[in-house]
Write a protein of this length. Structure first.
Length: 93
């Protein structure tokens, strides 16, 4: 998932040719918009797109820093997801 989100954040510049529009459309349709809908229905966020961006950005940043500092084995994905959602739920109430 990290590679996919990082690639989206980098505008798919690693891919040859002008594939950005198609790849972005596929990402939006298959991953981003369904995730936004889950957020909208699941936590009733007033701005589910912002919440989705916060979650995806947090996961990409967290993962990138752990990879950069050679701490892959110490990553606690469940812990970071729980932390992000607990903060969002507390703020949304």
């Amino acid at each position: 998932m990290f590679i996919l989100l990082k690639t989206v954040a980098d505008n798919f510049h690693h891919f040859p040719g002008n594939r950005f529009i198609k790849l972005l459309a596929d990402f939006q349709k298959r991953i981003y918009l369904p995730f936004v809908e889950v957020i909208r229905e699941g936590i009733g966020s007033d701005s589910p797109e912002k919440t989705a961006n916060l979650i995806f950005g947090s996961l990409v940043g967290y993962t990138a820093l752990n990879i950069h500092h050679d701490m892959r084995n110490e990553m606690d994905v469940d812990g970071i997801v729980n932390m992000i959602f607990s903060g969002i739920q507390a703020k949304e109430r």
